[in-house]
Design a binder for this molecule. Structure first.
Ligand code: ADP
Length: 466
């Protein structure tokens, strides 16, 4: 059974109240005990009127009382102050009967302690006065000889006051416990509502409690968690879409060459009067299409290999300028053969990087293949190297037809091409840039496209220096 937080608060408040009452009672007992203890040790208790009184008041020795800051007065039966030493709070030498009665009645309210004794033989009152340093007086008085009616009335009043007190207390405790419980249950309710929405698939659910206590931390954690789940879900959706698109693209790209191969093979098998010229043409077409399909599958295999956890580079410390010079040297024959021009700008520096040379050179191979494949003869290919903070940046550029702005990011995705018709003729797999980017990233670097370069395309290969 669920226990309501407001009820738990109520019982704890009542418990605290009970405890407070018990502690207060204990405090009262201690106070009355302490009052007795203190009272007994005050100066006034050391010099009571009884101790110094004499039948003949002129014999009284008031010196000790006066020395301790007190005073001694003697009032005779005609209310005349006939003797006065030290502190005098009467202030008159002759009192009326009313004045003396008032003095006696009000003595307990004044900040003085009066000890008054009547001497029957000398017929006088001896008054010993001390200024009050502290007055502790607490006691509940009950006299069994009191009038029964008074007792009954007093009991009723006490019972009524107790009842009113307890009712007010119960009402306050109940209201306050509800209020305090709401401080907890309301944020909890909002958080559980947010969790419910998340569970129902609404990943945009967030909680705004407008609080600055511990719940604010919980809210922050919840919102962070929701944001992460939302991000994760978007990524998952995106990668699911990418996967679907990839499968579609692969099947589309494989369908054409395989259909051609099938068509030409059928022709070879069924056509009876096949001329030598036709046979060569058909076989040529079969070869080209199977080559294309093979290329696509090989690139696809390489790309998926790089995604597998078993894919490991074998990086070695390499002097990158020297490495790039060798790469450029190897580029010269195919570029010249294709009628392309070239410019290389590689500094004479000793810059070290860690790379897997055969894998890394695949980047240049793919970029060169593309540059030659998609641009006209006469295009200038330039390769340069510069240092940028902790990185080395190699720029592989051409001043050819370029790649449109909107494809700057997407061109590195598998099967993304500028012009599908053009590409089916030129025969690429559509995976060259995707593979090259993955290789660069596996080296803790990156491959990006800078379209602003000379109207053509400029690919930036970034790799960290050692
Ligand atoms: P593909 O096998 O189609 O060449 P890539 O991933 O290597 O696949 O290249 C993707 C597309 O980018 C190419 O189809 C082409 O349209 C475009 N492209 C790549 N490099 C260049 C370049 N140097 N000049 C113009 N277009 C290019």
């Amino acid at each position: 059974m669920i226990k309501k937080i407001s009820n738990q608060f109520l019982s704890s408040y009542l418990f605290v109240f009970l405890l407070t009452t018990m502690v207060t009672t204990l405090a009262v007992v201690l106070l009355s005990f302490a009052s007795g203890l203190i009272e007994g040790r005050l100066v006034k208790e050391r010099y009571p009127a009884r101790a110094i009184i004499k039948e003949d008041y002129t014999q009284i020795d008031a010196s000790a009382v006066v020395k301790n800051g007190g005073g001694v007065q003697v009032v005779n039966k005609d209310y005349q102050v006939v003797y006065s030493q030290g502190l005098d709070t009467i202030g008159k030498s002759q009192l009326s009967a009313e004045e003396f009665t008032a003095f006696l009645m009000e003595s307990s309210d004044k900040p003085y302690h009066y000890d008054i004794v009547y001497q029957p033989q000398g017929e006088y009152w001896l008054i010993v006065t001390f200024p009050t340093s502290i007055r502790l007086s607490f006691s509940v008085v009950h006299n069994p000889a009191a009038v029964p009616d008074d007792m009954a009335m007093a009991s009723k009043v006490i019972a009524a006051i107790s009842l009113i007190y307890l009712t007010i207390l119960a009402l306050l405790a109940s209201g306050y416990s509800r209020f305090m419980a709401a401080q907890i249950t309301e944020p909890l309710h909002q958080l559980s509502e947010g969790t419910r929405l998340l569970r129902a698939g609404d990943y945009s659910a967030r909680v705004d409690l407008k609080l600055k206590n511990e719940f604010a931390n919980l809210q922050e954690t919840f919102n962070d968690m929701a944001a992460r789940i939302e991000q994760e879900m978007t990524l998952r959706k995106k990668s699911e879409n990418d996967r679907r698109r990839l499968i579609l693209d692969i099947s589309h790209d494989l369908k054409n060459p395989l259909a051609s191969i099938q068509g030409y093979t059928e022709l070879c098998m069924k056509k009876k009067d096949l001329s030598e010229q036709e046979r060569r043409e058909y076989l040529q077409a079969i070869y080209q299409n199977s080559h294309r399909a093979n290329l696509l599958l090989a690139d696809l295999f390489e790309l998926s290999q790089m995604d597998s956890p078993q894919f490991l580079l074998k990086p070695v410390e390499t002097e990158v300028c020297e490495y790039l010079r060798q790469i450029c040297g190897a580029l010269i024959p195919p570029l010249e053969q294709a009628g392309f021009q070239y410019e290389f700008d590689i500094p004479e520096k000793n810059i070290l990087v860690r790379l897997d040379p055969p894998r890394f050179s695949r980047i240049f191979q793919n970029l060169t293949d593309n540059a030659v494949r998609y641009n006209r003869p006469g295009t200038v290919i330039s390769v340069s190297l510069r240092e940028e903070n902790t990185d080395v940046v190699i720029c592989f550029a051409d001043d050819g037809c370029g790649i449109p702005n909107h494809l700057v990011e997407d061109i590195f995705k598998p099967f993304v091409r500028v012009d599908d018709a053009r590409n089916s003729k030129t025969g690429g797999s559509g995976l060259g840039l995707a593979i090259a980017k993955k290789i660069a990233r596996a080296h803790q670097g990156d491959l990006t496209l800078d379209i602003k370069y000379n109207n053509g395309s400029a690919f930036m290969i970034r790799i960290p220096k050692i």
